[in-house]
Write a protein that binds this ligand. Structure first.
Ligand code: NAD
Length: 276
């Protein structure tokens, strides 16, 4: 494969770069995911709330890539937190995905106000011990949520998928994850495209290497050790975003990107987000 794996804390290998399908409608997801698989992606990130598990599963089934070569992630939505609800939601996701296991199952948001993430995670431990999720983890968890989860459950999350890009570098979270053996996965790794890819420092590094700004940002993540799941529905960009393993940023480039941190979120604050 084009993409090297990282080894999760339970020994499972996860490609360091995958394809995210948030905001891809179900009827477009099949074509988009097939395009990604043809471009060499072997990790797909979806979620129950994205409404495209069917299209995603269909793409994997029809792509000709064996199921066991694809690392498939989905997430339990907020409304389905709780032990029994999470078990039911997992069955629904598997049915839509048309598979009998996922590689990674994540709690999408902690929802501290609902106080159900420990119970939800206990259902995840059951799913994991049944072999229906090769790894389990969380998304949008702050260190305080992880502390509690680790104290009250048995399986240390393999992954925490958090908003992370040059304008929100998440130094404290990354350090905490490293201490606990949790892989840091970056969502919106390109800062959703918007202004980030026009920042002069990034454009200058792109020119220096004869690469695109998106490739520079993705390469920065890779050299930091983050897992990334960039999204695009444009075939040329889908291909471009995986071509980041044949060049390296130097220390000066890395320092220039590190200087762009503004601790600025695009998405919601996990401490207060409670939409269900
Ligand atoms: P992203 O940072 O991947 O940016 C995607 C956007 O950037 C595209 O829509 C496009 O406009 C632009 N883009 C992509 N490639 C480009 C290129 N090569 N050149 C120029 N522009 C380009 O943002 P995202 O979609 O928010 O995040 C990626 C994935 O992360 C999602 O698809 C989803 O799987 C996951 N995610 C998870 C959560 C969560 O709460 N766990 C939240 C948001 C996203």
């Amino acid at each position: 494969s084009k993409v090297p794996p990282i080894i999760l804390n339970n020994g499972v290998e996860m490609p360091q770069l995958g394809y995210g399908v948030w905001q891809v409608p179900d009827d477009e997801a099949e074509r988009a995911v097939v395009t990604a698989l043809e471009a060499g992606y072997r990790s797909i990130d979806t979620a129950a709330i994205y409404g495209n598990e069917k299209g995603t599963g269909k793409a994997i089934a029809t792509s000709g890539v064996p199921r066991e070569e694809v690392f498939l992630t989905t997430k339990v939505w907020n409304a389905d937190q709780g032990y029994d609800a999470a078990l039911r939601a997992f069955d629904t996701s598997l049915t839509k995905l048309g598979t009998d296991y996922v590689d990674l199952y994540l709690i999408h948001w902690p929802l501290p106000s609902k106080d159900l993430y420990v119970e939800t995670y206990k259902a995840f431990e059951k799913i994991h011990s049944d072999g229906r999720a090769k790894a389990i983890g969380v998304s949008n968890f702050l260190p305080e949520h992880l502390d509690r989860l680790i104290a009250e459950t048995n399986v240390i999350p393999a992954v925490n998928q958090i908003e992370l890009h040059p304008h929100l570098q998440q130094h404290a979270a990354r350090e905490f994850h490293a201490e606990q053996g949790i892989a840091t996965e970056a969502w919106s790794p390109l800062g959703q495209g918007k202004g980030l890819l026009e920042v002069p420092a990034i454009v200058a590094i792109a020119q220096k290497h004869g690469r695109t700004p998106a490739q520079i940002v993705l390469r920065w993540h890779i050299q930091l050790g983050n897992v990334v799941i960039p999204k695009s529905v444009t075939p040329s960009r889908i291909k471009e975003n995986i071509e980041v393993f044949d060049f390296s940023l130097d220390d000066e480039d890395l320092a220039a990107i590190s200087a762009l941190n503004e601790d600025r979120r695009i998405g919601p604050d996990p401490a207060t987000f409670d939409m269900s």
